[in-house]
Design a protein around this ligand. Structure first.
Ligand code: E4P
Length: 225
């Protein structure tokens, strides 16, 4: 399963890249709004940092298919053809997906709450379906279960699309979907930076260091021996 960062703050992205093996960055209009700067300035900064081959996802804003197609072309012109264009999985979006996928653009269908949206998006040429795990949970349904259903639909029908699971609130949701073999998860810094935060882990590592220093002296490491 690929792991992406769902955020646009370059400092947070740098921090996570320093520690974790991540595959790219996803954004949405609300995330860009939170960055508080011109959208392409922020997206170009991210693209420059992650490099031309890492995944970068940016969303169209227009409500109609023609406008979405225009937005998609602007996104790929500014950020490179390899950039994933996020298009909402609504009727106008399906029309735009069909046109853009036929032209070779990489499409991430987004705002997915139901398996039917994901099925139609895949038929329209999207290669990722961004299902919103936590938002589905908040509606009183089971987001992880919905994601698994979509994964099964894609697998059993031999569809090219895969899941880009999004809107996570805890690492257990991420792990459960990794175990199920979904294609990708995009996760906010608040959840990623807590992936490996556990008193037992910290204590085990500290015990090793203390025991070693007992042998070799305070502050000594293998390099000093
Ligand atoms: C990704 O495609 C979504 O835009 C995003 O993950 C939504 O996350 P949220 O529910 O935390 O806003």
């Amino acid at each position: 399963m690929k792991l992406l960062i769902d955020h646009a703050d370059i400092d947070k992205i740098r921090e996570i890249y320093r520690y974790y093996p991540v595959d790219g960055v996803t954004t949405n209009p609300s995330i860009l709004a939170a960055a508080g700067r011109p959208p392409f300035e922020v997206l170009r900064e991210i693209r420059d940092f992650i490099g031309p081959d890492a995944e970068l996802h940016a969303q169209v804003i227009a409500r109609d298919a023609a406008g979405m197609v225009k937005d998609a072309k602007r996104i790929t012109k500014e950020l490179g053809m390899g950039t994933w264009v996020k298009i909402p999985a609504v009727p106008e979006g399906f029309a735009a997906m069909r046109e853009l996928s036929a032209e070779g653009l990489r499409i991430t269908a987004t705002a997915i709450y139901t398996p039917m949206q994901a099925y139609l998006a895949a038929k329209a040429g999207a290669l990722y379906a961004a299902v919103y795990i936590n938002r589905v949970d908040n509606m009183g349904f089971d987001g992880v279960k919905v994601a698994k259903e979509i994964h099964d639909i894609y697998t059993k029908n031999g569809m090219d699309a895969g899941l880009l699971c999004a809107s996570f609130k805890n690492s257990q949701q991420v792990l459960e979907l990794a175990e199920y073999g979904v294609r990708a998860a995009t996760v906010g810094p608040d959840v990623i930076l807590n992936f490996v935060k556990n008193a037992a882990i910290t204590s085990a590592v500290e015990d090793f260091i203390r025991d070693f220093e007992g042998l070799t002296g305070p502050g000594k490491t293998m390099s000093d021996c």
